[in-house]
Design a protein around this ligand. Sequence first.
Ligand code: NAD
Length: 476
Amino acid sequence: MLKKNQNKTGSYDFFHCIEKNFNKAAKFISVEKGLLEQIKLCNSVYRINFPVRIGKEIKVIESYRVQHSHHKLPCKGGIRYSIKVNQNEIMTLAALMTYKCAIMDVPFGGAKGGIKIDPQTMSIDNIEKITRRYTSELIKKNFIGPGIDVPAPDYGSGEREMSWIFDTFLSLNPGDVNALACVTGKPISQGGVRGRKEATGLGVFYGIRELCRMKEEMFSIGLDIGIIGKKIIIQGLGNVGYHVANFFYNSGAIIIALAEREGAIYNENGLNISDVLSHLKETGSILNFPGAKNINNTDKALELECDILIPAALENVIHKNNADKIKAKIIGEAANGPITYDADKILRKKGIIIIPDIYLNAGGVTVSYFEWLKNLSHVRYGRVERKFSENMNSELLQIIETICKKKVSIEEKKIILRGASEIDLVRSGLEDTMINGFHKIRDLKKSLCINSTRTAAFLLSIKKIVDSYKKLGIFP
Ligand code: NAD
């Protein structure tokens, strides 16, 4: 007998998987039922069908913008371009954004957008036409704006699309001095912030690195402390997956397998990430990479033996039918919702440590927050104080050299004098946020003896949102 919200195979749909995780965490605090309902449900769901001429035909494009929570404004969340886009998926992703922002102390409500197209089979001109029309539909209904709702990239979209969104917004809001802050993930020349493109991947790296520094957790799964030599498998070599792979590779980890749509590649001695990327650009596929074995059924790569498995493509890729075959010791959820509710239980029973998406992939929205602040302040990070810091460092160094009667080398001088640039500040802000988030979740998990990091992460998030609603005065 199927339960409510279970599909024919007995699995819960994406939104209800998240709801079940939420309910599990909510049991650890005493809060009025109505307030919990308010937090869980999506505040506004906007479904837009609009016509676009593609070649000689008129095509109706299905799209969405969901604002999950207005407890903090603006709302914030990426726009997904995929043929699989549907309302349930966008509602779920919007909800995850709310929980993510709360954990990271990023003062936004969650939102998400989706356009049901396959950008891989479309011309750039048509993607631009659709993006601009979608943006103008959002403007019509007041679903976009620096203080209202601020989109960003997600699966299938990137800097290019964010630039078109900004340009459309500005042309329909001439003279809005804060228009740049209507969207994040823009190119640097269009008000983007240095470090945004790789932010989600770098955040994933910082989060997993922090876990790998914890003696207790590492010894419990029979691994040594640190990243060096850890065997890693990554699914999805897009914006998130590519940067994750690169940061791990450059820190001495061994990337033994990479999985893409068309198949996976495996080399137990490790794959050189920049060589794989060159091969992908040259041949259009990761398959047949010199020295690596092809795995034609790409999903099978998830089942290979490794220390850390990082799904960085799409949701529901680890489910109750393959969870038992997963041999990783750690799973870092770089993608949103890659593990279903049922699979999560199976994996935890096997002793696998899961670092949940609502914490691990929050680096993107954290740096989007920095970009939004930059756009509102109209000045690049470091521009005002960099030279001052360098001058101060230089004076200090001269005093030290005089006292010690010793000169430092030119190379050492360069390091000591350097003032912080935009990328330095963005990365240090991201690193600090990821490390803090990790320890807040870990401390809560330990203090309440919670058996799942996901539950602890949800609980931390719920506590913060409850507090915010209570202070708003809605629920005294
Ligand atoms: P992307 O479009 O840049 O890359 C996704 C990659 O996954 C592509 O290379 C695609 O070919 C590959 N892929 C698709 N189906 C696959 C399959 N079955 N097996 C293996 N690979 C497959 O998207 P992205 O921005 O990297 O997003 C990836 C995930 O990370 C999504 O779940 C997204 O919601 C999440 N995320 C993204 C960001 C961001 O800043 N872009 C932030 C937080 C979370």
